[in-house]
Ligand binder design. Sequence first.
Ligand SMILES: *Cc1c(COP(=O)(O)O)cnc(C)c1O
Length: 415
Amino acid sequence: MGSDQIQAVSSSHEVLRSVLAAPGVKGKMVTSSSENGLTNLIQSIISKKQEQKDPFYVLDLGVVFSLVEKWNRSLPNVRPFYAVKCNPEPALLGALAALGTGFDCASRAEIEAVLSLGVSPDRIIFANPCKAESHIKYAAGVGVNLTTFDSQDEIEKIRKWHPTCSLLLRLKAPDDSGARCPLGAKYGALPEEVTPLLQACHAAGIAVAGISFHVGSGASHSRAYHGAIAAAKAAFETAVELGMPRMSILNIGGGFTMGSNFNDAAVTIEEALESYFSNEPGLTIISEPGRFFAESAFTLAVNIIGKRVRGNLREYWINDGIYGSMNCLLYDHATVTAMPLDPTGRGVKTYLSTVFGPTCDALDTVLTGHQLPELQVNDWLVFPNMGAYTTSAGSNFNGFNTSAIAIHLACSNPS
Ligand SMILES: *Cc1c(COP(=O)(O)O)cnc(C)c1O
């Protein structure tokens, strides 16, 4: 190892230590796991639970650490503000706080959750373009002084309840067609609305610090970021033409996914920033990734509570479903995968299988046409990549309470 590498390793150990000491993490048991460790870890949790067969999550803080490192390497000039709505688990929030991110909160309760971890209010953006007056008053009281807007009525509410707040004008992204969940039908100023909205802020004496956009959650093509950054630049210039103070914040929102899509997005963003914003001295660039930091950090283990055999078809009932963690199938247009915890060797015969959730609604169907080996009641299924828009939007329909699902903390060696 060269001395640079040794330094990198020892500083990453220090950072990991700060994650383990973070509010939300400290005081909870964190199991360190290594290669192939997740399966072993899930097995050891299950053996300790004995008769207790409730579903549970494993949150791997080592994955969170690696993702933040990856972000910082790929987009070193773009500070992430984690979108809390994606998964508000306190251990995740605390780990991200220790790793230096800011937070995108959309409500009073989300701001409270972040502040309660000791995060200072200047690390929070109230990134909801349409806020209830009571929530605006709360933000003013605790010193959250940056928010987004896209309407005249929002300006009026801010003027009344939080006039020292800085605003980011949320633009409708020019092209969110490639996103799994486009947001443009609900949020973002249209091009022709930019001038009147900026003028209204000017008239109200409210500072417009910059521009924000969101290319849609689960963005699939990186050109969406290019078009949106170009539109943001045009809005920066409009402010100058209107004789307003120079804007200084560009917020490129969320939409980031794992894998090669992220690398494409990072390259496109860096290029677009170079083309459009290299002549903006003192610019602060921020972002609001949710899915990117949460999705792959959480693994869900569920128990098979029922089984029915119909010819070659195997039907299983598990103890989490569409009204719980798997609401992502409906709301987030997600796909999920299930693996048996104990794959009984390779080459094992598989059956066309259906996996149902526990509630008495036929809609509560998690997987159809899925190949699984023959499983029995009390066996476990493992769902990887279940951290994004899962528990955060679950209900307690039929008495199956999503928020009661336990979360075990693990820390793999960061890759
Ligand atoms: C939901 C949301 C995010 C997070 O989006 P991801 O696609 O999960 O990265 C960021 N900003 C705002 C304003 C959002 O509403």
